[in-house]
Design a protein around this ligand. Sequence first.
Ligand SMILES: *[C@@H]1O[C@H](CO)[C@@H](O)[C@H](O)[C@H]1NC(C)=O
Ligand SMILES: *[C@@H]1O[C@H](CO)[C@@H](O)[C@H](O)[C@H]1NC(C)=O
Ligand SMILES: *[C@@H]1O[C@H](CO)[C@@H](O)[C@H](O)[C@H]1NC(C)=O
Ligand SMILES: *[C@@H]1O[C@H](CO)[C@@H](O)[C@H](O)[C@H]1NC(C)=O
Ligand SMILES: *[C@@H]1O[C@H](CO)[C@@H](O)[C@H](O)[C@H]1NC(C)=O
Ligand SMILES: *[C@@H]1O[C@H](CO)[C@@H](O)[C@H](O)[C@H]1NC(C)=O
Ligand SMILES: *[C@@H]1O[C@H](CO)[C@@H](O)[C@H](O)[C@H]1NC(C)=O
Ligand SMILES: *[C@@H]1O[C@H](CO)[C@@H](O)[C@H](O)[C@H]1NC(C)=O
Ligand SMILES: *[C@@H]1O[C@H](CO)[C@@H](O)[C@H](O)[C@H]1NC(C)=O
Ligand SMILES: *[C@@H]1O[C@H](CO)[C@@H](O)[C@H](O)[C@H]1NC(C)=O
Length: 642
Amino acid sequence: MDYQLLQIVALMTVIAFGGHMRKTTEACSSHDLEGLIGFKNGIQVDTSGRLAKWVGKSCCEWEGIVCENATTRVTQIHLPGFIDKDMFQTQMVGQLSPSITLLTSLEILDLGGLVGLSGTIPQTLGLQLPNLQKLYLYGNNLTGPVPESIGDLPNLEELALHQNRISGSIPSSLGSLKNLRSLLLYSNQISGTIPLSLGNLTNLIELDAHDNALMGHIPNSIDQMQALEKLDLSSNLLSGEIPSSLTNLTAISVLYMDTNILEGTIPFPSRSGEMASLSFLRLHSNHLNGNIPSSFGYLVSLQRASLSNNKLEGALPSSLGNLLSLSEFYLSGNSFSGQIPKSIGQLSHLIMLNISNNLIEGPLPQEMSSLKNLQTLDLSFNPLNLSAIPTWLTNLSSLSRIYIAGCGIQGQIPNILQRTESPIQELDLSGNLLSGTIPSWIGSLSQLYLLNLSRNSLDSNIPDSVTNLSDLAVLDLHSNKLTGSVTGAFGPEQGTSGGSLTYIDLSDNNFSSGVEAIGVGGQVNIQYLNLSHNLLKGTLPSSLGKLNSIHSLDLSFNGLASNLPEVLTKLTLLERLKLQRNHFSGNIPNGFLKLRKLKELDLSNNVLEGEIPEGKPLTDFPGSSYSGNKGLCGKPLSPCKL
Ligand SMILES: *[C@@H]1O[C@H](CO)[C@@H](O)[C@H](O)[C@H]1NC(C)=O
Ligand SMILES: *[C@@H]1O[C@H](CO)[C@@H](O)[C@H](O)[C@H]1NC(C)=O
Ligand SMILES: *[C@@H]1O[C@H](CO)[C@@H](O)[C@H](O)[C@H]1NC(C)=O
Ligand SMILES: *[C@@H]1O[C@H](CO)[C@@H](O)[C@H](O)[C@H]1NC(C)=O
Ligand SMILES: *[C@@H]1O[C@H](CO)[C@@H](O)[C@H](O)[C@H]1NC(C)=O
Ligand SMILES: *[C@@H]1O[C@H](CO)[C@@H](O)[C@H](O)[C@H]1NC(C)=O
Ligand SMILES: *[C@@H]1O[C@H](CO)[C@@H](O)[C@H](O)[C@H]1NC(C)=O
Ligand SMILES: *[C@@H]1O[C@H](CO)[C@@H](O)[C@H](O)[C@H]1NC(C)=O
Ligand SMILES: *[C@@H]1O[C@H](CO)[C@@H](O)[C@H](O)[C@H]1NC(C)=O
Ligand SMILES: *[C@@H]1O[C@H](CO)[C@@H](O)[C@H](O)[C@H]1NC(C)=O
């Protein structure tokens, strides 16, 4: 083919494939090229291999780069750490180069989720990238402040800088971002106060539209005007009060400010109609005080709200009954007092209600019995003085997770729990005044996953029927007066299924036998086992070696007497091993040196003797881990006599 023919073919290709193809041979804007090469040079490692293919000058054709069709200007950079099609996490290790600011036509910059990307956000970014609409630098390793200049980006719609190590304060200039819909700064180290100006991130025209006099003057551009819908400032070091200006965020749907050190009162909404779209509100884990304002009932779109772990107080306003969309409500860890308002019965969508650790008094309103969708109820640790479990509780047709710890319930474990409409999955009646037996019908709660009856005065043995609870994972019966054998907790002998129990606490009771069942019964997936402070006798069985998931084993304060069995050294995930105050004798097996994860060891007050095997982790523990034995010697105790 001669040269002319080639040209014709090339021309026809352009015609056939449209303008886009023309760029294959064209160099992109030299500024953009320089900017991209500068970015590439900042990265030492790119496990995705995308940057390695960035060669030549046609940067519009490079992977992750989009140019405007008609020109050679780069408008979009898409190099996220997660490559969506297979959710494949890639790594870029290096520094974010300031040369990124040379790409002055950028509209979208997406470098999200590159956990090894360090450096700072270029201070002048807001001045040099005036067309930026979306800035995604989340999930990196960026330090330094949010540049003040970001407030100069008139078209910015989404700013996602979450999950970095960004410090400094929130620039008040962000309040000028009239098109901002989403501002995500969570999980950083941002301090200072929340700027009042964030209350300006609202569509003022829409606000004014309530005023009939202005109706005729609404500009055509109304649907281009944006307003903040999502604001997430959680998990930072923000202090001071929540600015009342936020009440003006007309379009806000998601507002998260939890896990900071915010104080003062909940300032919004000030009247009906404000924040009318707010659906998800998180203010938990701050230092907020004062009451829940009665105006809170105007937040009629609220679906999930968490106010837990603050210093809020006073009565729960009956206006809460207006929150008809509410499905999850978290109020625990405050100082709320008074009674639960009757209006709560109107919350027919409520799925989760957590009022634990407050100063709420009884009686509970009968109206609660109409919460037909309630699945989880946590009333624990309130001075409710219930005396008995309210009978209507069993009429709640969806209730399956019941937490009524420390509420003054007396007498026997009530039989009515046998006949709940919905199968009980979690039952916590700990810290009450229950006495008598653990009823054998417990074994018929076939979906039971968690049973916490600790800190009562139960004085029976563990009924055999417990071994029928095939989903039981957490069994906490500590600090009762239970007697007999612990065998019931370890299940009947089973095949290889392994059992579902991962957490067993039978400590501080009067159990006297059954140690030999550990590992013999089906339960061998146990991670936490505490049998301390009982009257257990006998020797540790070699089947103990089957508990190869165990992290924490406490058999202290019993009457166990044997050598320390060699099988213990198979439990290589052990982090805590407490065998003090028993009658264990003989040497510490050398195999203990294999317990490399051990962080806590107590073998004191037994009748052990001989040399402590030398090496980590054993020699790192204090002398008190070994004291009070018959004749242990060597590090950390005094050297053995020859
Ligand atoms: C660029 O091309 C895309 C897809 O071909 C098209 O939708 C868009 O309108 C074009 N933009 C301009 C500015 O020509
Ligand atoms: C983040 O940067 C720090 C140093 O600034 C470094 O120690 C750390 O390993 C980095 N984290 C990741 C995930 O690369
Ligand atoms: C909300 O916006 C209006 C109109 O701009 C303003 O007058 C008012 O002071 C603002 N409210 C708060 C609490 O900042
Ligand atoms: C209730 O909230 C407290 C504190 O936030 C938490 O510890 C507890 O697990 C919650 N209860 C339930 C049933 O989730
Ligand atoms: C709780 O009930 C007991 C008797 O059941 C009573 O003596 C006590 O005064 C009550 N406490 C409160 C705060 O009502
Ligand atoms: C609970 O349900 C039973 C039977 O369905 C009914 O007899 C009883 O009145 C109900 N109790 C309450 C408090 O709703
Ligand atoms: C059982 O309840 C007590 C509080 O009464 C709590 O301290 C303990 O952690 C709970 N057990 C489990 C396994 O959650
Ligand atoms: C366990 O369940 C089976 C079948 O429902 C029943 O026959 C058996 O008696 C139960 N065992 C105990 C100890 O309750
Ligand atoms: C538990 O055992 C201790 C010590 O043997 C004994 O004093 C106490 O009476 C026992 N308690 C019960 C409830 O059996
Ligand atoms: C085991 O239970 C006792 C008494 O309830 C408690 O003091 C101890 O801290 C527990 N051990 C572990 C390892 O949690």
